[in-house]
Structures are given as C-alpha cells and as structure tokens.
Design a protein around this ligand. Structure first.
Ligand code: CUA
Length: 273
C-alpha cells in the first residue's frame, strides 16, 4: 500500500513545525536573555493609584501616573540621566493609552486597574508621553513629558494635585486661608474630591473649582444657575440633581459628609479663584 500522505505535504508539515520551534526559541531568547516581558498588572492598591512621585535614591524613582480626560498627573518629570523609573499607571475615567516615545513602554490606563513597568533612561533627551487610545474630543492634546538631563542631580515632578492645592492655599492677594477654609481644603483632599475637580482651571471629570463660586453655570437641561452656597450644597448632597453642561450624570458619588463638613468644603471652594 502506498503512503497516504504525499511527500510534498510531509515537507510542508516539517517546515511549519521547524518554523514554530524557531519562533518559540525567539520568544524564549527575548524573555530570558534580553529580559523583555509583557507589562505587569498589580493588584489594585489605593496608595499606588494616587498620583505621586517618590524618590528612592538619586537614580531610583517611582511614579504613580493617573490618566484622565485629557491629561496625566504628574505631567512633567525631570530626571538625571541613568535614572530608573518604576511606573504605576491607572485611569480616573475611561481607558487611555500610555506610550513613552523612544522607549519600550506602551501601557493601557484602565480605571480600577494598575499597570506596572520599569524603564531606565540611559540617554538624555525629551521623552514625550502620548495617549494612543481614542478617549474623546481632546484626545490629541493628552500628553506629558519626561526630560532626562545630564546636569541635574535629583529628579522633580510637576502637575500633581498637591501642587495645585499648595497654590490654591495661598489666595491671589496673598492672604492666608481662614481656619474653616483650611479645614474644608483638608476634607476635600481626604474625601477624594481632588481626583475629579481641579483647582487650576483644568477640566477633569467634573468642573474645576477655580472661580466657580458665584459663576453663572449652564445646566444640562438648558437653564442657567448661579453657583451659590445653595447650589454647591445641593450638588454635594445630590450630585445628579443639576448637572453642569458638558459633564455627565452618575459619575460623582454621594459622599458621607455631615452638614458641617459640607459647609467647610464650601468655605474652601469660595477661596479657589
Ligand atoms: Cu486619553 Cu486618548
């Protein structure tokens, strides 16, 4: 009886099998010899999800990036050449992309999930970070920068929420905040308000607090309202009651704040000009 498989097919099988072994060999080479791996996910962790920049030593830094429509916090980092950056990344709203130009770092910023990657910058230069996942009308503006420099000794980061808070704490005329406003600011920070409301006019998930008090605000139902104490109070207690135009219902949680605490937060919001 003749062989049921033609010789040419056997050759094709052998060739395909050898090809598979070769590609598996390349994967093993990349993983074990070159140390290239798939970016890791780490279990969600509140401390790592807050935007932050931590110095471990002169060449070891850790950054917690928070992506949101349409920016990153922090959004400007300076590093001495040769620094290693341990990156943790999450999103405050929708899925964003995170690509650092001229590096292998290409991550997804997913709400509630932490991505982790380490990168060493051995050459000086400007490394732009882009969002490469379409995330809304200003997606093309969503970028940050890492500057790697020879002539600096330690790193610094800008664009963190606490930078803006420190600026806001000193009102424009240089006067110091009242005790009530200071307590309000502390509460707003602790209760997480600053994750969604900026104090420098930047649009985040909700309207910025900058200059919001007594502002005329257009609402989703087409009417206009003055942002006075009553409106702020209602919006904190029942966020979906009257939503400002351009923002979405259902995003702001009802916070467990007492009447007194709400008044303190409002006292502080009044000072954010
Ligand atoms: Cu974020 Cu595109």
């Amino acid at each position: 009886m003749s062989d049921p498989i033609p010789r040419i097919e056997k050759k094709i099988f052998a060739f395909a099998f050898a090809g598979c072994l070769f590609l598996m060999g390349l994967i093993a080479y990349a993983a074990f010899k070159l140390g290239i791996g798939v970016p890791g996910c780490v279990p969600s962790n509140d401390a790592l999800m807050k935007p932050d920049f931590i110095t471990h030593s002169d060449r070891q830094y850790e950054v917690h990036f928070s992506a949101y429509m349409w920016n990153f916090q922090p959004n400007h980092i300076e590093l001495p050449t040769g620094s290693t950056l341990d990156i943790y990344l999450t999103s405050k709203d929708v899925v964003h992309g995170f690509y650092i130009k001229n590096t292998n770092v290409n991550l997804m910023a997913v709400p509630g999930v932490l991505a982790n990657e380490k990168v060493t910058f051995s050459k000086p230069g400007t490394y732009e970070i882009f969002c490469h996942e379409y995330c809304g009308s200003a997606h093309h503006n969503m970028m940050a920068v890492i500057e790697v420099k020879d002539n600096i000794q330690t790193a610094k980061a800008a664009g963190l929420p606490q930078d803006a808070l420190a600026t806001a704490a000193n009102s424009a005329d240089g006067s110091v905040l009242s005790e009530a406003a200071q307590k309000g600011m502390k509460l707003a920070t602790e209760k997480g308000c600053m994750a969604c409301h900026s104090v420098d006019g930047t649009r985040v998930v909700g309207p910025s607090f900058k200059g919001i008090y007594m502002k005329q605000e257009a609402l989703t139902d087409g009417s206009t309202i003055t942002v006075d104490d009553a409106y702020l109070k209602e919006s904190i207690k029942d966020p979906d009651a009257k939503v400002a135009q351009g923002y979405n219902k259902g995003l702001m949680p009802k916070l467990p704040l007492s009447e007194e605490e709400i008044n303190l937060v409002i006292e502080w919001i009044k000072t954010v000009k």
